[in-house]
Design a protein around this ligand. Structure first.
Ligand SMILES: C[S@@+](CC[C@H](N)C(=O)[O-])C[C@H]1O[C@@H](n2cnc3c(N)ncnc32)[C@H](O)[C@@H]1O
Length: 232
């Protein structure tokens, strides 16, 4: 679809771009580290000899958070990222684009069927390392993972915040950042989601995190929030 592209612009965030089409449509995109390969049926665009992949905010909570006002993306070129709940690689693949070959993305996923799909994605991305494990047991993958600048957690479990804190203590560098996707309905279906987000953010504060932003992901993900917190 390269013929319909008007321009590609930098955003204020490293390695994240806006693809602007001739009809005025604007989409987030990343430079494709695995040229010629797509991951989830996303559209690609060739502009000035570079292949970009559209980043769908309805499929990726990090893209949704960016469009909903994330002030700073801690994921940068060269970052080491521990990603819990990597699934079949939709968001991990864009993070892999952003960190480039200098960075690493350790993708923990406990469903063997899903990890098989993640392995196919990783075949074309030398900075993406799939790990079949339960994020509740970080000791089971501690020998495979280096300390990380960013811990990304998207596991939709009732104890997701506790799991995030536990993994941070194992792997997150001092001053590193946590991006925690909170699914309110996995925690308490009876409570107002905003209340759930507050309670989970409070838990992080009590455990030594500086909570920098809580972003409601509506309309991209209903009853979800993305928390950005710094590990002190
Ligand atoms: C919402 S999906 C993740 C989507 C993915 N983060 C993305 O944006 O492309 C949640 C994933 O977390 C995985 N998961 C849930 N609990 C887990 C756990 N305790 N350990 C590892 N993976 C887990 C599920 O199997 C599922 O694939």
């Amino acid at each position: 679809m390269s013929e319909s592209i008007e321009t590609v612009k930098e955003t204020g965030m490293e390695n994240i771009y806006e693809c602007i089409y001739v009809d005025g449509t604007v989409r987030l995109c990343t430079k494709n580290l695995a040229k010629g390969f797509t991951v989830y049926g996303e559209r690609t665009v060739n502009y000035n000899g570079v292949e970009y992949r559209e980043w769908n905010a309805f499929r990726s909570k990090l893209a949704g958070a960016i469009l909903k006002g994330l002030k700073e993306n801690p994921v940068k070129k060269g970052s080491k990222v521990l990603y819990l709940g990597a699934a079949s690689g939709t968001t991990p693949s864009h993070i892999s684009d952003i960190v480039e070959d200098e960075g690493k993305v350790y993708g923990v996923e406990f469903s063997p069927r899903v990890v098989r799909e993640l392995i196919l994605v990783a075949q074309h991305r030398h900075n993406l390392f799939p790990i079949l494990a339960d994020a509740r047991f970080p000791q089971s993958y501690s020998s495979l993972v280096e300390d990380a600048e960013v811990l990304y957690v998207d596991i939709a479990q009732p104890d997701q915040t506790d799991i995030a804190i536990y993994n941070a203590r194992y792997f997150l560098k001092e001053g590193g950042h946590l991006l925690l996707a909170i699914k309110a309905r996995s925690i308490d279906v009876t409570k107002d989601p905003t209340e759930v987000f507050k309670t989970e953010a409070e838990k992080l504060k009590n455990e030594g995190f500086d909570v920098q932003q809580v972003i409601n992901l509506n309309p991209y993900d209903k009853d979800h929030a993305m928390v950005l917190a710094r590990f002190k």
